[in-house]
Design a protein around this ligand. Structure first.
Ligand SMILES: Nc1nc2c(ncn2[C@@H]2O[C@H](COP(=O)(O)OP(=O)(O)O)[C@@H](O)[C@H]2O)c(=O)[nH]1
Ligand SMILES: [Mg+2]
Ligand SMILES: [Zn+2]
Length: 218
């Protein structure tokens, strides 16, 4: 019985991913047609995704025209934080869903006037695992790690590191207080993704944000 259940389960998972990929492809085509560079920001709960986006929106004010989608199981708190810096913020409540799916992005985008928008940030649900497998139609995946998670988290989450177009290492301001081995972290990243840029940042102090903004502008 257990075996039979397993053989029907695998194709179902494949169908879910295939359906997601179709919607993601449509999202990607639409965003490209509009010239919108989009980022899927993936990181653990508390790694500083919202804080980084707050600092980023502040830095881009008056220069770029961003929109933000933010996924969370419950509460509008992150959306409310971000709405202080950006007038195009949509909070996506995923309920029990531990990742965003392309259809949720499509439905959220339909609620935004995209005419002026040139940059889209998507704060994924705090989770380093399944968000990697669900394409949203983004231009780039950014993996956010932080010092408080420990220096072994890149090695422990190889799929995110492999898929990432950029790695951000946040909370760099806490380096004097923690025993985070920066070289070991980087060595683990390099084994998985030899060319991915790694940028040290602090959403709190603003350290390193210039390089991140320059990456966005490219
Ligand atoms: N010291 C320090 N704290 C940070 C930094 N970025 C975020 N935090 C703190 O980490 C906590 C979680 O941040 P939040 O943005 O909500 O993380 P999220 O769950 O990934 O969106 C908050 O208390 C932030 O103030 C940073 O660069 N340095
Ligand atoms: Mg958040
Ligand atoms: Zn999930």
């Amino acid at each position: 019985m257990a075996e039979a259940a397993q053989t029907t389960r695998i194709p179902l998972v494949e169908r879910v991913l295939e359906a997601n990929d179709e919607v993601a492809a449509a999202n990607r085509a639409e965003l490209q047609r509009r010239g919108i560079f989009s980022i899927d920001l993936i990181g653990a709960p508390g790694s500083g995704k919202t804080a980084l986006l707050e600092a980023t929106l502040r830095a881009l004010e008056g220069r770029r025209h961003p929109a933000v989608l933010v996924g969370d199981l419950a509460t509008r708190r992150d959306g409310d934080r971000l709405a202080r810096w950006c007038d195009k913020v949509i909070q996506i409540s995923t309920g029990q869903g531990c990742h965003l799916e392309a259809s949720q992005v499509r439905d959220a985008l339909a609620q935004i006037e995209l005419g002026q928008v040139d940059l889209l940030f998507i704060e994924n649900v705090g989770n380093l695992i399944c968000p990697v497998g669900f394409d949203l139609g983004q231009s780039a995946k950014v993996g956010l790690f932080s010092l408080t998670e420990g220096d072994d988290k890149a090695a422990k989450h190889p799929y995110l590191v492999e898929a990432a177009d950029l790695i951000l290492l946040n909370k760099i301001d806490l380096m004097p207080h923690l025993s985070f081995d920066r070289r070991s972290f980087e060595a683990d990243v390099r084994l998985l993704n030899p060319r991915v840029p790694i940028l040290d940042v602090s959403a709190t102090t603003g350290e390193g944000l210039d390089a991140w903004i320059a990456w966005l502008d490219r």
